[in-house]
Design a protein around this ligand. Structure first.
Ligand code: CA
Ligand code: CA
Ligand code: CA
Length: 382
């Protein structure tokens, strides 16, 4: 382009004989090619009043070229961090010096003249495009930044249980449901790693007032869980009393934003009612057998026993299902208070009593209540 001449600021200069001064000319081409101009110096010389001479220069313009485009970057986020710092550098040549702009898309989004190098990138894949522009053209270079991290997910019965879930339902096993006191129910939960680096699990615990009724099995296979992998653990609910039992399950892990994966668990302890029917007072002859049937069959009896005092040496057995008492070889003659005691789950008991009269027709009164065998004639009364 035209030379830049400082004409306005140089006017009216007077030089005495022998004096001199300098004029500077700056050539700043804004496009490529041959550029020409003429310098005019107006003066009071008698025959060179317009002192003029030609100038020329060649404008050089080179479009941008990347000599270094950063390689693909893959880093693993530090434990507990959802970002990673990534550094890189691009070098570009061109005349005039190109200006660079950066565009980020994907996991991390931004657009600026800042390089982004040394700054945090989000978990996932970020596409970086660098555009170089000068007067002669433009070019781009692109690369990706991949930040790897673990990602925890927990399922019960194949259904996701979100971190912090506080609404136990049976469909995802967080509501274990009704379990008889003294029995237990086992539920299996699955921990998945849907991320891109190893998921490390710490302890799996239950907390809350009723925590003693819930026990957690070992993780299988053991931590860590590889990307795309899974492991399981069980929770056993063994109520020791009736009623709703609530706890919080906590899974310590190295996910950046779900490090304490916790959700509510619930179970209902149920106490089966224990009933035992009434037994009729019964009379039988010494040395004989009989069966005594209760008014109704017992319910939920685990076992039933019947007993009297030590004078009675016959055999008393009770069927826990029917409640029927079998008396074998009743003796000695006498009147006995028999206690029937049923045992249910969770320590429940139920008791009935009845009177058992053992007679001996060989005695005039029909009764004999001694504890010692007594010989009467040729009879042996027991
Ligand atoms: Ca997460
Ligand atoms: Ca998650
Ligand atoms: Ca949590």
């Amino acid at each position: 382009m035209l030379p830049s001449l400082p004409r306005p600021t140089q006017s009216g200069i007077t030089h005495c004989a022998g004096q001199c001064s300098n004029i500077t000319v700056t050539f700043a081409p804004s496009s490529a090619g041959l550029k020409t101009a003429t310098v005019h110096i107006a003066n009071d010389d008698c025959d060179e009043a317009d002192y003029d001479f030609a100038l020329q220069g060649i404008g050089i313009c080179n479009p941008p070229v990347f000599s270094t485009c950063p390689a693909q970057q893959t880093v693993t986020a530090a434990n507990g961090s959802c970002t990673a710092l990534v550094t890189y550098a691009a070098t570009v040549s061109g005349i005039p010096t190109p200006t660079l702009s950066y565009a980020f898309s994907g996991a991390t989004t931004a657009s600026s003249s800042g390089t982004g190098s040394g700054l945090p990138f989000n978990i996932g894949i970020t596409n970086v495009v660098i555009t170089a522009v000068n007067a002669c053209g433009s070019t781009t270079c692109s690369f990706t930044v991949t930040v790897k991290a673990p990602e925890i997910n927990v399922q019960g019965n194949g259904i996701n249980i979100v971190d912090g879930d506080n609404t136990p339902v049976s469909s995802d096993h967080t509501n274990i449901g009704l379990v008889n006191v003294g029995n237990n129910a086992v539920r299996t939960f699955t921990v998945q790693n849907t991320g891109t680096s190893n998921l490390s699990l710490g302890s799996i615990t239950v907390t809350g007032t009723d925590a003693a009724m819930f026990s957690v099995g070992a993780l299988s296979p053991a931590s860590p869980i590889v990307p795309g992998g899974a492991a399981t653990f069980t929770v056993t609910f063994a109520p020791t009393s009736p009623g709703l039992k609530n706890v919080t399950l906590q899974i310590a892990n190295n996910d950046c934003n779900e490090a304490n994966y916790d959700f509510a668990l619930r179970g209902l302890g149920f106490q089966s009612p224990l009933t035992l029917g009434a037994y009729p007072n019964t009379t039988l002859i010494a040395g004989t057998n009989t069966k005594i049937t209760p008014s109704v069959a017992p319910t939920n009896a685990v076992s039933i026993v019947a007993y009297s005092n030590t004078n009675f040496t016959g055999i008393l057995t009770v069927n826990p299902g029917s409640g029927v008492i079998t008396i074998t070889d009743a003796k000695q003659a006498g009147i006995y208070a028999v206690t029937v005691k049923a045992f249910g789950s969770g320590g429940l008991t139920a008791t009935r009593t009845f009177t058992l009269t053992v007679t001996n027709p060989n005695c005039s009164q029909g009764l004999f209540t001694g504890t010692t065998n007594v010989g009467v004639g040729s009879y042996l009364i027991r």
